[in-house]
Design a protein around this ligand. Structure first.
Ligand SMILES: Nc1ncnc2c1ncn2[C@@H]1O[C@H](COP(=O)(O)OP(=O)(O)O)[C@@H](O)[C@H]1O
Ligand SMILES: [Mg+2]
Length: 394
């Protein structure tokens, strides 16, 4: 029998194990599941001809599907291959932001930039939107690639969180296209929510983006989730039963954010267990599920729903009555909207990546837990003034 003291010290050391899961947006996880194919295929393209449409790749996916992580990984790999990577976030002045990063990366990489004009990085290269001449940003990129460091493969621009096509992004895209046409070694990957990407691609000016490589980010495979949980938990001395690995893996639906969330809560519970307990109980599983669902509701489902119109919500609520796919005809009768009227909402929800229509005449939810979320009664809890007045006879 172990002494109480040794039990305590063992328990403490267990609690000190760092939780390897990172249920935070944009955070590079300890291991990235199922994206090697996408990453290596893009990196492979970069070593090929620049006129390949894949040089411009656009990823779309719902919140939490792993766009930022994927872009981060592509950036890392491209750097290793000798590319200068300019990682920027849409919404601001992309020209200034990218040049600031170019300056930083040049310093970090100890690149020889003696060929550049004096003060190359010294002043702002903001866009003059009314200027019909070559933009100063484009001129600078040309100068950098012509006279800057000789030992770089090229410049890769990664634009994350594309939301709408503002002036800065539109100008950047046009300049990028011109640079490509002039055979400069410049490539671009973008990422954003599906409807934002579809707006950008369908822009009348940027028709070249329509010919780019567009990839909708799907989930990670069940096998990968199962193997990864198995490896991570057992590496840390927690040996769950086969069934429990299966249960928690299924709970993720292959959705990256849920993979992190469920892994995180399961790991927390394991670290707080008494020494001789090694497996999760069914009560633990319930707790994990509830915690993950609550977090998922706050950080993914609520923002999604808040961005929808009342009619969109009616559509989803009508779908949530079913346990699986819903007949369009049923959605129509439940909402009281005619089929033709309904079709515009169906289209919008499809474009947002919230529903699928893989079977003719049917729709289904494409976001895990969205159905369950739509079933819950809505609205903020009502503010109920003083609750204790009666006690005082007031
Ligand atoms: N391929 C992956 N394997 C494991 N975890 C991932 C993967 N991609 C993303 N994640 C995790 O999922 C969460 C959401 O990823 P993120 O890239 O921020 O999503 P998005 O940018 O699409 O909203 C983060 O916690 C991240 O660590
Ligand atoms: Mg992101």
């Amino acid at each position: 029998m172990k002494s109480l003291k040794s039990l305590k010290s063992l328990k403490k050391s267990k609690q000190e194990i760092l939780n390897p899961f990172s249920p935070n947006f944009g955070q590079l996880p300890e291991s990235i599941l199922d994206r090697e194919g996408l990453v290596s295929s893009y990196i492979g393209t970069l070593s090929g001809k620049s006129n390949s449409p894949e040089w411009t790749t656009i990823f779309s996916g719902i919140r939490g599907s792993g766009k930022t992580v994927l872009l981060g990984e592509i950036a890392e790999q491209a750097k290793k291959e000798g590319w200068i990577v300019l990682k920027i976030t849409a919404g601001g002045n992309l020209q200034n932001e990218s040049l600031a990063i170019l300056s930083l990366e040049s310093k970090k990489g100890n690149f020889d930039i003696s060929g550049l004009s004096v003060g190359f990085f010294g002043f702002s290269a903001g866009v003059n939107f009314n200027n019909s001449e070559i933009s100063s940003w484009r001129t600078k990129i040309m100068e950098y690639l012509d006279k800057g460091p000789k030992n770089i493969k090229g410049i890769l621009i990664c634009v994350d969180e594309v939301q709408k096509l503002d002036n800065s992004l539109r100008t950047l895209a046009i300049d990028y296209q011109n640079l490509l046409q002039d055979k400069y070694k410049i490539a671009m990957v973008m990422a954003g929510l599906p409807h934002a990407i579809s707006d950008v691609i369908n822009d009348t000016v940027l028709t070249f983006l329509r010919r780019s490589n567009q990839i909708f980010l799907s989930g990670i495979e069940y096998r990968s989730v199962l193997n990864s949980y198995n490896a991570i938990f057992s590496k840390n001395g927690f040996n769950l039963s086969k069934d429990n690995y299966k249960i928690i893996s299924k709970m993720t639906s292959g959705y990256p954010y849920l993979y992190q969330l469920i892994g995180y809560y399961a790991f927390e519970i394991c670290t707080h267990k008494e020494n001789d307990e090694i497996d999760l109980t069914s009560k633990d599983i319930e707790i994990i599920k509830e915690k993950a669902e609550n977090r998922m509701a706050k950080s993914v489902l609520e923002p999604i729903i808040n961005s929808l119109s009342e009619k969109d919500k009616d559509f989803l609520r009508a779908m949530s009555i079913d346990d699986g796919k819903s007949k369009i005809a049923d959605v129509s009768s439940r909402t009281g909207m005619s089929k033709s009227y309904l079709s515009q909402y169906r289209k919008r929800l499809l474009e947002s990546g919230l529903i699928t229509d893989s079977e003719r005449g049917y729709v289904n939810f494409a976001v895990p837990l969205l159905r369950e979320y739509m079933r819950k009664p809505f609205g903020m809890p009502k503010f109920r003034g003083f609750q204790d007045m009666n006690e005082y006879g007031e």
